[in-house]
Design a protein around this ligand. Structure first.
Ligand code: HEC
Length: 198
């Protein structure tokens, strides 16, 4: 009897061990971030394993997750794609140039959630959503798409440069407010170029 119980205990233990091992690879391949990314409204940590399979470990995503800075904000190849995503996924509510519609304007220096003045905050808003109609985008956009589209949101900014906290000093010197009709050439070189070359 005792022996049987031990055998049962041992096999149960084995099952638990195997189940545990099964979970291990998932835990280690899930995106982890050195940056503290939290839902803008609830403050809950974002679950970076709950993302689309593509575009989660591009060089740009890795750089963002380790530094908290979006490397795409000055990269024409990423802005070009970000613009397309913005027009498809955001402009219906926020306006074609982020001027605001049923969602607030995104091109000025007023933010309902001041965290949006950082790249990590803006990314978190798109990833996890905010209140009302501002839903989460982790099931419709890849992490890379979210970096591209938030880079475009930064590009649309027309407010005073002093409030553009997401820009470093050098970027602030080069800042020119977005002008309607501004375009980029097709497939410009950069981190998001189709050719993959920069
Ligand atoms: C269905 C409509 C809708 C869509 C689509 C939508 N938004 Fe929103 N968005 C809203 C609304 C409404 C709010 C205000 C929510 C709040 O105050 O909590 C908002 C809030 C925001 C904020 C916070 C602004 C602030 O002042 O702090 C950001 C940033 C934002 N949206 C970006 C985006 C981006 C980028 C996309 C596209 C990927 C997008 N939204 C798609 C409706 C939408």
């Amino acid at each position: 009897m005792i022996q049987r119980r031990t055998a049962l205990g041992a096999s149960l233990g084995l099952v638990i061990l195997i189940a545990g091992l099964g979970a291990l690879p998932r835990a280690t391949t899930a995106q982890s971030s050195a940056v503290d990314l939290r839902n803008i409204v609830t403050g809950e940590k974002l679950d970076l394993s709950d993302v689309l399979p593509e575009g989660k470990d591009t060089p740009g995503v890795k750089q963002f997750l380790s530094t908290g800075h979006n490397p795409y904000i000055t990269d024409a190849s990423c802005l070009k794609k970000g613009e397309q995503t913005f027009l498809a996924a955001c402009s219906g509510c926020h306006g074609h140039i982020g001027e605001g519609k049923i969602g607030p304007g995104l091109a000025d220096n007023y933010w309902t959630y001041p965290q949006n003045t950082t790249d990590a905050g803006l990314f978190s808003t798109v990833f996890g959503g905010a209140n009302g109609q501002m839903g989460p985008h982790n099931e419709s956009l890849t992490i890379d798409d979210m970096l591209q589209v938030t880079a475009w949101v930064r590009h649309l900014y027309t407010g005073p440069v002093k409030d553009a906290e997401w820009l470093n000093d050098d970027q602030k010197k080069k800042y020119t407010p977005y002008k309607l009709g501004e375009t980029f050439p097709d497939d410009p070189p950069g981190m998001c170029a189709k050719s993959g070359k920069s």
